[in-house]
Design a protein around this ligand. Sequence first.
Ligand code: FAD
Length: 467
Amino acid sequence: MAEKNFDIVVIGGGPGGYIAAIRAAQLKQTVACVERDRLGGVCLNWGCIPTKALLKNAEYMNFLNHAADFGFMVSDVKVDMPKVIKRSRDVAEKMSKGVEFLFKKNKIAKFSGGGFIPKNGIVEVKSADGKTTDTLTARSIIIATGARARMIPGIEVDGKKILTSKEAMIVEKAPSSIIIIGAGAIGVEFAYFFRAFGSQVTVIEMMADILPIEDADVSKELSRNFRKQGIETLTETKVRSAKATAEGVEIVVEDKNGGVKTLKADLALNAVGVQGNVENLGLEQLGITVEKSFIKVDKFQQTNVKGIYAIGDVNGPPWLAHVASAEGVVAAEHCAGHETLGMDYTNIPGCTYCQPQVASVGLTERKARERGSELKIGKFPFTANGKANGIGETAGFVKLIFDAKDGELLGAHIIGSEATEMIGELAMARSLEATAETIYKTVHAHPTFSEAVRGAAEDAYGMALDI
Ligand SMILES: Cc1cc2nc3c(=O)[nH]c(=O)nc-3n(C[C@H](O)[C@H](O)[C@H](O)COP(=O)(O)OP(=O)(O)OC[C@H]3O[C@@H](n4cnc5c(N)ncnc54)[C@H](O)[C@@H]3O)c2cc1C
């Protein structure tokens, strides 16, 4: 079998790997990508994209349930769940094909199989039965193998009654009840989805709030809103065990006072987090440092072994597609000898696509206070926003946190119907080290949700005009 020689070989074709491959090709590198499944990775096939398709269906379902508010008399709405799922799968399929097209356009060689690194500079492509089908040489190797659902002892995931997000995404019908373990973005999005289709939903979270990494005000607002939607949230509650029974599932939980009870439902979803795909890559022989299933890297995404990089979910949090892609660009540029400043993790937007949506960038109020700086904080509720009233989406607010010393925007937190589309402005504001004055002196179009951004900046300085 002849060796095939490349400047860069990428293992894994998700949003980390495929973006790294394309950026490297733009920089005139010869590039190969080894993918054992489908191009696009979890994000396009089993994550970001298919879930957003499903969540659109959930929004329509909720709209139909409240259509009378808009003067539409809709009755006897029937749901064709297989069609709902098919739409989501079709969207995923289309997006994955889009990556194939981009690979052809950028002359990236794709190899199907598992990537294994027998020694630095070599990648073997292995078929499912472990046979080497190709041997590639590479000046640099980028590992972009992603992550999978984390399993914890006591939660017996069987893929039928106790599911991961992958099985939850293709259910044949909405269960009459579901318990969701973990109230991070994935757990909360599925809670909204299943509730919209009529399931009785209980979310269990070990921390004090749902979406625990968000600003506490936002988490509390989402909890309140979920309660109104009929979603039960049990916080400061640990799952001791979860097992499938003949009727459904039994989950034993313990509250903060040590009280233990057993919850029953048709299905459960394990959404407690992820673990890195670090197995069968040859990392041990290479001496690559792995901590708690994630590969350690420097700010250029290089591992402790020169010439081998690791990007995306496999190198640890934040586990987000746009972070994987940004790291892919940095790694590709570093491999190619192109100038790069390395990754800056202080300005990464995070979004959750339930309704109301949640989006944030920068510091939470608690983190900003821990820094010791004096703060100016402004809030603007969507109940006072014209567009939100016009379209009947008045839940939530914009909260902005500024450094009182120089007015710099430290953190931005939005909960509301358009939050995930609004956060870009504030990520840009932080990149440019914008102050409250820059934000409130920027004329925002009327009527738009984004006027609430201006309103929150004004409010921080006691100048709010509309509240
Ligand atoms: C349900 C769900 C919803 C999500 N929603 C969002 C969202 O809205 N926004 C967001 O930013 N993030 C979201 N995420 C997270 C996002 O999907 C990940 O952060 C992102 O996919 C990470 O990209 P990656 O390239 O590092 O890894 P992946 O996308 O996991 O891709 C890794 C690829 O490597 C391949 N691979 C693994 N091992 C090997 C090997 N040895 N050889 C060859 N190929 C290999 C895999 O088959 C896979 O295709 C969501 C995740 C889930 C599960």
